[in-house]
Design a protein around this ligand. Structure first.
Ligand code: NAD
Length: 458
């Protein structure tokens, strides 16, 4: 997109904010309802685009993208009025006569930058939270999911005034130009590498950020776990979107004594869920592009494959692949972001925690265990964004739980109420009455005033 068009969009947004300094809850709800209706109407088109970009099946597209967004809108429609109310807080006697409250106010103009892996969900869900909180939005979706970006562009144009919510299509150049501008808030989802660029750029304007990034999310399985169920839920979480999921279990870290049983169950589950020939399964997603396909293909150490390993260059699909690994292997150096599942072993939970803690804080952590002691040991000793006990990924699907990482995997969170709070600045207001003015705080100070001040401040 050419520079002048982008700058024109930004100035239209500034004009819109100038003319609408406060967007009423009624208008926010109208916008959310319009968005809900239009998404429902365009669902077949959105699913087609997701199939073209990622080979995602209709059901997977609805379950993990379209449906989640619709659900977030319905959640906000029911609660935004309550969230947007001013919150009265206690006023100390020393401030008498006065009242104090926290006034939720919008930041203003929000820049949303989204990635290609859940291109619809990760573009629209932040918009839902941002407009619920009363902001206007400029969205920059990923250039690597062009069909979804085009549908999003159409949806946004059909739904919103250009000054209110608009899209900027393009890649690094367009994103860099946007980051040079002075936004009131930046909400970014993508890799940690680019997250660092975004944070540095935001610092130039003292713009607050939320960074939703990734990392190597471990999946611990101890010998007390229900191995069959663990395998089913791990296969589900790992192979959604063929592993191109920020919270996918990146690697399995299991107790040595259950490894063989777990590998056997994982194989059985892969066949059960995706057939014995996933490469020909039309419901099994592909890698987003040749670069990602080649990277995955290179990452598979053929000498260590326990299951799978085949790749189809024609369809860009990679077979679900289980490999034996150690922390020194290449597959353990960076987030995998594909259907390769390394399996490492430990002999003691303390050893497992120690090794996990040598890596950067992950976005998610999963533990399969029926030992309450092991569960609480891991929760107490590991730092990570969020996760599940005896499940994978499903914590994301509860919008009463906020979602976000910690340090390298993210800063801040969103979804549901947490999302509303993220896009809200709470102004602290003390409203003092004028009918009485206690002289306590004014000069000249006297012994009596000193006594009173010390009575209040102790
Ligand atoms: P990416 O970092 O390559 O791109 C993300 C966005 O940043 C895109 O819109 C892109 O155009 C823009 N961008 C890329 N390079 C840029 C640059 N040099 N300057 C300015 N902008 C730039 O990420 P991706 O490959 O699209 O997504 C994969 C990553 O995102 C993975 O690490 C994954 O874990 C993470 N992710 C995190 C979440 C989450 O919710 N925490 C969700 C999905 C993906």
């Amino acid at each position: 997109m050419v520079e002048s068009v982008i700058l024109d969009k930004i100035s239209k947004q500034r004009e819109f904010i100038k003319n609408n300094p406060v967007i009423s809850v009624k208008d926010r709800k109208k916008a959310l309802k319009r968005l809900h209706t239009n998404i429902k109407e365009m669902t077949p088109e959105i699913c087609d685009a997701l199939y073209k970009d990622l080979s995602k099946s209709k059901i997977e597209s609805y379950m993990t993208e379209v449906g989640v967004v619709l659900n977030e809108i319905s959640y906000m429609l029911r609660r935004v009025k309550r969230f947007a109310r001013k919150k009265r807080v206690h006023t100390p006697l020393s401030h008498f006569p006065a009242k104090s409250y926290r006034l939720p106010t919008a930041y203003g103009s929000v820049l949303v930058i989204s990635p290609w892996n859940y291109p619809f969900l990760l573009s629209i869900q932040p918009i839902v939270d941002a407009i619920s909180a009363g902001n206007s939005v400029i969205l920059k979706p990923s250039v690597y999911s062009p069909n979804v970006s085009a549908v999003i562009d159409k949806l946004i144009k059909n739904t919103f005034d250009e000054g209110y919510v608009t899209t900027v299509l393009g890649g690094v150049a367009e994103c860099t130009l946007l980051l040079d501008q002075d936004f009131d808030y930046i909400f970014y989802t993508g890799s940690t590498r680019v997250g660092e660029i975004v944070m540095k750029k935001a610092a130039e304007h003292f713009t607050p950020v939320t960074l939703e990034m990734g990392g190597k999310s471990p999946c611990i399985v101890d010998k007390t776990a229900n191995i069959k169920l663990a395998a089913r839920r791990i296969v589900f979480g790992k192979l959604l979107n063929a592993g191109q999921t920020c919270v996918a279990p990146d690697y399995i870290y299991c107790e040595e004594s259950v490894k063989d049983k777990l590998v056997a169950e994982l194989q059985r589950e892969i066949v059960k869920q995706y057939s014995s020939d996933p490469l020909s399964n039309k419901d099994y997603p592909k890698m987003i592009n040749q670069k990602q396909f080649d990277a995955m293909n290179r990452l598979i150490d053929r000498d260590k494959v326990l299951y799978g390993g085949k790749c189809d260059n024609g369809t860009l699909k990679i077979e679900p692949t289980i490999v034996s690994a150690t922390f020194d292997d290449e597959v353990m150096q960076n987030e995998i972001f594909g259907p390769i599942l390394p399996i490492l072993t430990f002999s003691d939970i303390t050893e497992a925690v120690e090794k996990i803690n040598k890596l950067t804080h992950p976005l998610a952590l999963y533990i399969f265990s029926s030992s309450a002691k092991n569960q609480s040991y891991v929760l107490a000793h590991c730092r990570f964004g969020g996760g599940c006990i005896n499940d994978t990924i499903m914590h994301l699907a509860n919008n009463r739980l906020g979602f976000g990482g910690i340090k390298h995997s993210g800063i801040g969170a969103y979804h549901g109420k947490v999302g509303f709070e993220t896009f809200t600045h709470y102004r602290s207001i003390l409203h003092t009455a004028t009918w009485l003015d206690l002289p306590l705080r004014y000069q000249p100070f006297t012994k009596f005033k000193e006594k009173l001040i010390k009575m209040f401040l102790k």
